[in-house]
Write a protein that binds this ligand. Structure first.
Ligand code: NAG
Ligand code: NAG
Ligand code: NAG
Length: 916
């Protein structure tokens, strides 16, 4: 009932918005080509869109495309009525001044904005006369970065309508030889597979994607609006075992260095994990999961430490220890028990991590700090610059600091600056269902150090990009570009020196690796140099201060202008036929909110159930799927801040708590669906902000099918006189009171596992005041007064009157008149616990889920709905199925499903405990 109210209110909103969406029937994109050429990992992509206005009147026509965030736009032009209109790259401030008028009208600024994790959107429009045609042409350039052993070229195709002549052409030319190539991404699904042609001959590869109009409507996220998705071309090149690839042309060189046949160096790593209150819910769960996986991947000769922090610092161990089996098991238990609470003291945590590494011998190994945080410093030292300076002193250039910013409440620039100051890098972890995989993915990139203290030396080279690197990891690549003094190839001698463990190694064999100026006399290598130099100057500008900062900025600006790159320092002024607004195009910074956001690009919506996040805990009646009941007057749409990958969920919104986020599917047409992400933001006045985090959609019928709903656990209650047993559901990550036996001072609680696959993650037993046993699928911890024992593997332990026996697939717990068996079941490769009471205590004041006795019911009505009657009440039940985990080999049964309240004959809240 209440749910219906919400939907009606929001449908109203949706319909209101639907009428403002443009109708595109009257103009036609008759040709859309994407042409990407990759040479020595440098990709130049040209998007050409040809449109026709089929109307009898002039019409504003839009050109809207998405390009990778890492790329710089270098050219934009329009061909209209025989004229060419070239965009001009100018200094940002200059462009701004010149066009303040246009900018102040708000129609023109910020036409490039970030979308999602990896893309930026470019958008402009022009008025086309009746029955006229126009051509838009956008060029962008990027250096592909090698990650986990491959380069990936991402091409996003979203022409906004099916196109008769649609083509993607990719040509890759790598002198070293292409080792493998594969085509991935949403557009490479089976329907599209026969639209893709791939050819690979030694040094060259071609990928063509020519889908028909029908195929354009039938891929995963495509529909009546045509293609919408990515084509990702992944490849790697053959490796020269020694110095790598050096290409030269016109007095410039680029050097790709990525040796792989080297021994792995042991690493010393300290994980510094934010456990402040804002990590609550899914974030902390994903962090625990990721950390456990990462621990599993540590090599035996690695040393590691774990620190968790809120306003205080917690150690798993005070020193780094070896990653042997025993330490890892204990660390995993620690990881599983990380609980969120309190504020964020980043300063103290990083300093503590640095001093742990400083205290440990780093000879012959690669050391690193990995900080994971989801918020700004709020406790201890909170001034950004003070923290940065403290951290810099503590680390003293001895090892890199990697910062992972979880979600959009972090001041990313702060983390970025801090990591760049300490030879590391910052990465954003997007709050999403795959956040744990993002964390693991980052770790994998730095998991196998092969070299440390790498110095790239180029005699006869000048204007070099960065030449010293603190660590080199397998699967990555070091790229250096520069100029060759007087273009004198003869005296140009590259060399690399580094440490491989304790050994000094030198790479200097240039035998056949320096290619003379190729047949392609092009500015290509020079552009690689310019691209890399600008990127590095922009990083420097962030880290430096005073005159040095100014110089870096000036140099970056000059190069951006010279090579016509649209960078954060430059803007492109789009020239248009007379009488039209000028567009000024800026490149957004990571996490920056666009200066204006076109209204058509926004669609508010709401979900009925979803995963939960909160910096403020919201209480949902457990057992129900959470619903949000919001009076329409309180719904106020805003632009900008959002959950997954949209810019600007920034510092200004730090006080706001996100109460839900998720996806819904838009059944835009008969055959297709589009996924959308959205967030509900709850602010301090209890206003709800709704926002779409993706983009506009054709607002037709929306059915809500939220994904990532917290798992529901179904419990079984046997009842003697009914045809079927009873069952009821409990949803979410709660801890339940399993058994409470007041006379013996015994209580047993279980924590449900809502992320993985159901069942219980941990079960705790409290006996009298001083005995505490905690059980998970791997370890049993027994704490008696001050002493703590760990039980790993098949074994038994006795403490006081309690005996715990661990067998292969069950754990037997007995004390006095109570005996419980905890089954260990497995689903999807993950184990979970399921307790059963084997011997019912004699006292009748025993309570808890395991001690439940169902009311005596009789069936008073059969289909269509079934009604059960007991002494006190009549309730409706529905037929459902339940898996009986109380036995060794789980069995599925039919059951009568009733509410938890009815089954428990009381409030579910009375069965919930706040602490295990
Ligand atoms: C793609 O661009 C390259 C380089 O500009 C050019 O040589 C080639 O002909 C283009 N391919 C197509 C199909 O337009
Ligand atoms: C480095 O990674 C490659 C795959 O990218 C693998 O074949 C090689 O064995 C790895 N080398 C080391 C030392 O781990
Ligand atoms: C250099 O190349 C030549 C022929 O390609 C080969 O005979 C020679 O052994 C190589 N030298 C080194 C140091 O690898």
């Amino acid at each position: 009932m209440e749910r219906a109210v919400v939907q009606i209110t929001l449908f109203g909103l949706l319909l209101a918005l639907a009428t403002t969406l443009p109708n595109k029937d009257d103009w036609d994109i008759y040709s859309f080509h994407i042409n990407s050429t990759v040479t020595s990992r440098y990709a130049t992509t040209v998007i050409t869109s040809r449109v026709a206005n089929r109307m009898d009147e002039s019409k504003e026509i839009e050109f809207q495309v998405r390009i990778p965030k890492n790329a710089f736009i270098s050219k934009f032009r329009m061909f209209i009525d025989g004229e060419v209109y070239d965009g001009v790259v100018k200094g940002k401030e200059k462009a701004q001044q010149q066009y303040t008028e246009a900018v102040s009208r708000g129609q023109s600024a910020g036409i490039v904005s970030s979308v999602g994790r990896t893309l930026e959107e470019f958008k402009t429009s022009v008025t086309i006369a009746a029955h006229q045609k126009a051509t838009f042409e956008l060029t962008y350039e990027e250096l592909l970065k090698r990650r986990l052993g491959k380069y990936e070229l991402q091409i996003h195709a979203r022409p906004m309508q099916p196109v008769k002549d649609f083509k993607v052409d990719v040509y890759i030319n790598e002198e070293a030889g292409i080792n493998f190539i594969e085509v991935k991404g949403g557009l490479s699904t089976t329907v599209q597979a026969n639209a893709i042609t791939r050819t690979h001959v030694d040094k060259q590869a071609w990928v063509y994607f020519y889908p028909t109009e029908d195929q354009q409507k039938t891929c995963d996220s495509c529909g009546e609006q045509g293609l919408n998705g990515d084509l990702v071309i992944a490849y790697d090149v053959n490796r020269n075992p020694s110095l790598g690839d050096i290409k030269t042309s016109d007095g410039y060189f680029v050097h790709h260095f990525a040796p792989s046949s080297l021994p792995i160096i042991p690493k010393n790593v300290v994980f510094i994990i934010d456990q402040s209150g804002s990590m609550h819910g899914r974030k902390i769960q994903q962090t625990r999961i990721a950390l456990i996986h990462i621990l599993n991947d540590l090599a035996e000769d690695d040393n590691f430490g774990i620190i968790t922090f809120d306003s205080s610092i917690f150690h798993w161990k005070r020193e780094l220890v070896q990653a042997n089996k025993e330490n890892l098991e204990s660390a995993k238990t620690f990881a599983r028990n990380i609980q969120e609470r309190g504020a964020t003291n980043i300063n103290a945590a990083v300093l503590r991590g640095a001093s742990m590494l400083n205290a440990h011998s780093r000879e012959g190994s690669a050391s690193m700090l990995i900080l994971l945080t989801d918020g700004d410093p709020t406790s201890g030292v909170t001034d950004f610059e003070d923290i940065q300076s403290n951290v810099r002193v503590a680390i003293g250039n001895k090892f890199p600091l990697y910062c992972l910013g979880f979600g959009f409440d972090v001041h990313f620039e702060f983390l970025e600056k801090m990591s760049l100051q300490n030879n590391g890098a910052a990465r954003r972890i997007y709050e999403d269902s795959d956040a744990d995989l993002q964390l693991q993915g980052f770790y994998e990139e730095v998991a196998t150090p092969l070299l440390t203290d790498v110095t790239m030396i180029y005699n006869g080279g000048t204007h070099l990009t960065q030449t010293s690197f603190s660590q080199y990891y397998n699967g990555s690549e070091i790229v250096v570009a520069g100029q060759i003094t007087d273009n004198d190839i003869e005296t140009f001698t590259p060399q690399v020196v580094a440490l491989s463990g304790n050994r000094r190694v030198k790479f200097s064999d240039t035998n056949g690796t320096v290619e003379s100026p190729g047949t392609m006399s092009d500015s290509h290598i020079q552009r690689v140099w310019a691209y890399l130099t600008v990127k590095q100057l922009l990083d420097k500008e962030l880290v430096l201060s005073g005159p040095e900062k100014k110089n870096a900025k000036k140099e970056a600006l000059e190069l951006s202008l010279k090579y016509s790159f649209v960078t954060p320092l430059t803007s492109m002024v789009v020239t248009k036929p007379q009488g039209e607004n000028t567009d000024v195009l800026h490149k957004p910074k990571e996490g920056e909110e666009p200066e204006s956001r076109p209204a058509a690009g926004f669609l508010p919506s709401i979900q009925t159930s979803s995963r939960l996040h909160s910096s403020r805990r919201m209480h949902y009646p457990v057992g129900l799927t959470p619903q949000f009941i919001i009076p329409a007057s309180r719904v106020r749409p805003t632009y900008g801040p959002g959950a997954a990958g949209i810019p600007g969920h920034g510092h200004g919104t730090g006080r706001h708590g996100m109460i839900a986020a998720g996806h819904f599917r838009d059944h835009g047409s008969a055959s297709t669906t589009v996924n959308h992400q959205f967030a509900l933001i709850l602010d301090d006045d209890f206003h709800i902000d709704l926002m779409d985090t993706e983009d506009e959609i054709p607002a037709t019928i929306v059915t809500f099918s939220a994904t990532d709903v917290p798992l529901t656990h179904r419990f079984l209650l046997t009842s003697e006189n009914l045809t079927l047993p009873l069952c009821f559901d409990v949803t979410g990550d709660v801890s339940l009171k399993l058994l409470h036996h007041p006379n013996r001072e015994l209580s047993v609680n279980g924590e449900l596992d809502s992320v993985e696959n159901g069942g219980f993650r941990r079960i705790a037993i409290h006996l009298k005041t001083d005995l505490y046993v905690e059980i998970d699928t791997n370890v049993i911890i027994v704490r008696e007064g001050q002493t703590q024992k760990l039980l790993i593997g098949l074994d038994s332990i006795t403490a006081g009157s309690l005996t715990v026996i661990r067998r292969d697939k069950e754990i037997d717990v007995a004390t006095g008149d109570t005996r419980m068996v905890i089954n260990i079941h497995e689903k999807g490769g993950k184990e979970f616990l399921w307790p059963v009471l084997r011997q019912q205590p004699l006292d009748n004041n025993v309570t808890g889920i395991l001690a439940l006795k169902p009311a005596v019911y009789e069936e008073v009505q059969q289909s269509p709905s079934t009604r059960l009657k007991s002494k006190d009440q009549e309730i409706d039940v529905t037929r459902a199925s339940v898996v009986d985990y109380s036995i060794v080999y789980p069995l599925e049964h039919d059951c009568w499903l009733m509410s938890a309240e009815s089954a428990l004959q009381g409030r579910l809240d009375d069965f919930i405990v706040t602490h295990l």
